[in-house]
Write a protein that binds this ligand. Structure first.
Ligand code: ADP
Ligand code: ZN
Length: 524
């Protein structure tokens, strides 16, 4: 028998809260009434209570599937502190401990049992669960079931067995990152006609901006000095080497900066994480290895020195800013090289074609965000299936970009790429194509005789920087295409023909502000 008949009573007496937050009450109701549920809430939204409360009310054992052993132990410990009968089974345990836990479960002395998916799926564990009454399966980090998502774990797919083996036991799948496609995959693989409980992902206190990358180290330094002096922030880089370089640069300029990446020893990382939690003015320069377990409320900015690989990742990372609800900033620098490098990176991986196609689609969505001239928040939220209105708290809302007609420029680029192909029987990279348009006398141009093609020097009305910006935007608009199978040469995209036939308008932003516009420091 359970101690509580009513969920509110459990909420109040065990956790000390008066009210459920957001969609928690509905999630709890689904579990108590025996329906499957998909719970989508941003990090910090309060997902744990969605299954912890039913575990205290509903007769039987609530099994929580979680991939993160450290988190599992933390949760069990803090539940024990408030008197909840919780336990875990995982590989760090002695067999005596595991036996004891099983005994307690069988005796009905445990309300919540945390297990890693690999463990749950063993024949022994499945048979064991047949001998107890299961009230609910809660599947945490459910996006791991999605091939499209950013953290695919094959073992999650096998959790489909739960609905086959225990069709009458409700399941609750929980995650903080799920766009429409991930959501469909979770439902398709794990649930049956679930209540879909989707909280808003909006973080209204975060100001979003994107700047054109020039010298990112100096841009970052100016950004921090001008906008966040003495404040705590995180700078994300794609490579470990870049982390070290940028951290050193900031440190030399007198900023309390610290590098963090997976190449460091675990002790060293733990020490750096502790410094981050403790010091008020620290700037952590990190790879995405820096993420789990950060719950510092007063992170005032998250900066991306490189283009992230996906919108989901970007949103998750920027979400670490402003947890306290006070104004915070998400700043990102990006340039043509980011697009080229990431395409190359995808291409050089030895993963299968399917994986590469997905990575390209993600990169494409990220590019779309970086290049959008509309409200960034509208774009981000739309990615998560949420409709919204222009926010007034992003660079594009604050300073609408000046759009110019670039049909002529697009045609110049297309015909230049075409002529070079005709002349040399091969394609060339963006730098070379732009050099030809600018009439440069580089060694490759002279060697290939590209000073003889008709498009040589026809683009001197723009600077190199402007051309690179135009190329980037045309890639995002699918008018040009980076062929990574072949040394990242620039080719004609699927919309190039439509441009040549004047069937579509081509507009690009005139230039991107150097500092990302001005965030409203007095409140969002
Ligand atoms: P998530 O798993 O979604 O990241 P948690 O379950 O860890 O979020 O909850 C985040 C924080 O919010 C915790 O400190 C938790 O105690 C608090 N919290 C959750 N639900 C409520 C509530 N109904 N009222 C007040 N605080 C809550
Ligand atoms: Zn906006």
């Amino acid at each position: 028998m359970k101690r509580f008949a009513d969920p509110h009573e459990a909420l109040k007496q065990v956790f000390g809260y008066d009210h459920f937050r957001g969609l928690q009450a509905q999630a709890v109701a689904a579990a108590l009434e025996g329906r499957d549920a998909l719970v989508l809430m941003p990090t910090g939204g309060g997902k744990s209570l969605c299954y912890q409360i039913p575990a205290l009310v509903k007769d039987g054992l609530t099994v929580v599937v979680s991939p993160l052993i450290a988190l599992m132990q933390d949760q069990v410990e803090s539940l024990a502190e408030v008197g909840v009968r919780a336990a875990f089974l995982n590989s760090t345990q002695t067999s005596e401990d595991a036996m004891r836990v099983r005994r307690e479960v069988r005796a009905g002395e445990i309300d919540l049992l945390y297990v890693a998916p690999e463990r749950l799926l063993t024949a022994g564990m499945l048979d064991f669960l047949d001998t107890v009454k299961v009230a609910l399966f809660a599947i945490d980090e459910a996006h791991c079931v999605s091939i499209w998502g950013h953290d695919f774990r094959p073992v999650y797919g096998e959790l489909a067995i739960l609905r086959e083996r225990w069709p009458s036991v409700p399941r609750m799948a929980l995650t903080a990152t799920a766009d429409e496609r991930t959501r469909e995959e979770i439902v398709g693989r794990l649930l049956v006609q679930p209540d879909e409980l989707v909280a808003s992902f909006d973080r209204p206190n975060i100001y979003y901006s994107v700047v054109e990358k020039r010298n990112v180290k100096d841009q970052l330094l100016r950004f921090i000095r001008n906008r966040h002096p003495g404040e705590c922030g995180i700078v994300y880089c794609l490579s470990r080497a870049n982390c070290e370089l940028i951290a050193a640069h900031l440190e030399a300029a007198g900023i309390n900066a610290l590098a963090y990446h997976a190449g460091m020893l675990p002790e060293d990382r733990a020490q750096r994480l502790a410094r981050f939690q403790r010091e008020e003015d620290i700037v952590m320069v990190a790879t995405i290895a820096f993420g789990m377990g950060i719950d510092k409320p007063n992170v005032r900015f998250v900066a991306h020195a490189d283009l992230p690989k996906s919108v989901e990742g970007y949103f998750q990372e920027t979400g670490r800013a402003g947890r306290d609800g006070l104004p915070a900033e998400a700043w990102m620098a990006y340039g043509l090289n980011d697009v080229m490098n990431q395409n190359r990176f995808i291409d050089q991986s030895d993963a299968d074609d399917n994986w590469r196609r997905l990575q390209r689609q993600k990169l494409d969505a990220m590019l779309g965000y970086a290049e959008t001239c509309e409200c960034r928040r509208v774009r981000l939220l739309a990615h998560f299936g949420e409709a919204s209105k222009p926010c007034g708290n992003c660079d594009n809302c604050r300073r609408p970009p000046k759009m110019i007609d670039a049909l002529t420029e697009a045609k110049m680029l297309i015909s230049c790429i075409w002529r070079l192909q005709q002349k040399s029987g091969m394609s060339f990279g963006a730098t070379h194509v732009v050099d030809v348009l600018l009439g440069a006398k580089t060694e490759p141009i002279l060697r290939h005789g590209h000073d003889q093609v008709s498009t040589y020097g026809i683009g001197t009305g723009h600077t190199k920087q402007q051309w690179r910006s135009i190329v980037r935007q045309l890639i995002a608009q699918h008018i040009l295409w980076v062929d990574t199978e072949n040394f990242s040469v620039l080719r004609l995209g699927e919309k190039a023909n439509a441009v040549l036939r004047d069937e579509i308008a081509v507009r690009v932003r005139a230039s991107v502000a150097e500092d990302g516009g001005s965030a409203n420091r007095s409140g969002a």
